[in-house]
Design a protein around this ligand. Structure first.
Ligand code: HEM
Length: 399
């Protein structure tokens, strides 16, 4: 029998082995040796979310969720609470940084086929996170009770009302009555922080699922021997650390030099239900979905297309039939995927403009391609595509 370890760490280990679990999962954990900086974006999202939660707790100390007080309480935070402007800038900038990190994270996963077996659950929990982040961001944007808060929420509530049978009941349940008033604002406030905290739980599941199957890598070839892997520490703690420094520098530049770069001036005017703004524009991260919502003349049709654009992502691991994981070795898919990214960006730009003329045409072409990519190219391309040979190991061609 081994001698009992009488140090405080030994005492804790014998009762709750968290030190060894931490060592196993975050120090010695075997990582593919060839990960690029694109594998930093999950860590970026985690840090952005942590900063959002901490700054959100401080904002909540001074925010009042009522129609009469909400706008003024935000003004007070910005002008009178000490460092309130900073906490608010961290929170507002954090949303953009989180979405930017998530879009790159998802694009990386699509490009390198990280959604394919055995990583389907990673993809699915990731999508769950994305939807929760969208709900939290939507609810959060209503809280300052500015013009865009009010009218943006009105667009979404009208869309909800267009859902046959359950829509109106769902909208009135969310609002606690017919209109957007103090009862609704209070509920939206609760929705905001409940979704924000539940994101933490889903991240735990996401990372737990990652630690069962391990990270994918740019070749898409699984590690075969110990020569293919390196321990997480110090190799990826330093790589993630360097990336995080750069990420935080961009974040700081946004907060200190351009805090209003990504926000709409309209939201600094208090909500006025009697004055509809000339054009209701969403924040940049919702713009692609807003463009899809307005791409067809029917409200219900737009809603189905928008919901479908998210639902289809859940089927991606099963829609892609190719045995080759990484787009590096799929010459046709690579271009098809780059076109998908371009279509998504085009939707984002179109979503910030009035849906007429060229912008409407661009939205329609882009949304058609978006669906064609997932429902036609992904399942049927493998039948005709000639793939390039994959390397024998992830260390490279023939290594
Ligand atoms: C708050 C949101 C999220 C957080 C905090 C998060 C965090 C992470 C972290 C830390 C990793 C490991 C490092 C990396 O591969 O970058 C990871 C991997 C992964 N995530 Fe996420 N993630 C989030 C959302 C998403 C979303 C929206 C998706 C896709 C729909 C997704 C899909 C994946 C996949 C497939 C992997 C494995 C990638 C690979 O090994 O190649 N994640 N995530």
């Amino acid at each position: 029998m081994s001698k009992p370890d009488n140090t405080p760490a030994g005492w804790l280990e014998a009762r709750l082995p968290i030190i060894s679990a931490f060592r196993r999962e975050y120090v010695d954990f075997a990582m593919p040796r060839n990960l690029t900086y694109l594998w930093n974006f999950g860590a970026f999202a985690t840090i952005a979310l942590a900063l959002l939660i901490v700054s959100g707790i401080f904002l909540a100390l001074n925010y009042t969720p009522s129609v009469a007080e909400a706008f003024n309480s935000i003004e007070t935070i910005d002008r009178h609470v000490s460092s309130g402007w900073l906490v608010r800038a961290i929170h507002m900038g954090g949303v953009s940084m989180l979405f930017a990190a998530l879009y790159v994270h998802m694009a990386r996963s699509l490009y390198y086929g990280s959604y394919k077996a055995p990583r389907e659950l990673l993809w699915l929990t990731g999508l769950g996170l994305f939807i929760l982040v969208m709900i939290a961001a939507f609810a959060g944007y209503i809280l300052p009770w500015g013009q865009m808060s009010y009218w943006g929420a009105t667009v979404v509530i009208n869309a909800m009302n267009a859902v046959p049978l359950i829509g109106p009941a769902l909208a009135s349940w969310l609002l606690g009555g017919e209109g957007l008033g103090s009862v609704a604002l209070h509920r939206i406030y609760v929705l905001h922080f409940v979704t924000a905290f539940s994101i933490i739980g889903v991240i735990v599941l996401h990372v737990a699922a990652l630690h069962v199957v391990g990270s994918n890598n740019p070749t898409g070839v699984e590690p075969k021997t110990s020569a293919d892997v390196v321990p997480f520490h110090p190799y990826y703690t330093t790589k993630d650390g360097l990336g995080l420094c750069l990420f935080l520098m961009v974040y700081a530049a946004l907060i200190f030099f351009a805090p209003d770069l990504l926000t709409l001036a309209n939201n600094y005017a208090m909500a006025n239900p009697l004055v509809t703004p000339g054009d209701i524009t969403p924040e940049w991260y919702f713009a692609p979905f807003y463009a899809i919502l307005r791409a067809v003349p029917s409200k219900l049709g737009g809603l189905i297309l928008t919901a479908g654009s998210l639902v289809v992502l859940f089927a991606v691991p099963w829609l892609d039939r190719s045995p080759v994981r990484s787009a590096r070795y799929r010459p046709v898919l690579r271009w098809a995927l780059l076109a998908l990214f371009a279509a998504f960006i085009a939707l984002g730009v179109a979503g910030m403009h009035k849906p007429t003329g060229l912008w409407l045409a661009l939205s329609r072409i882009s949304v058609a391609y978006y669906y064609a990519y997932f429902l036609i190219l992904l399942p049927f391309l493998p039948r005709v595509e000639i793939t390039r040979p994959e390397p024998a190991t992830l260390r490279g061609e023939g290594a």
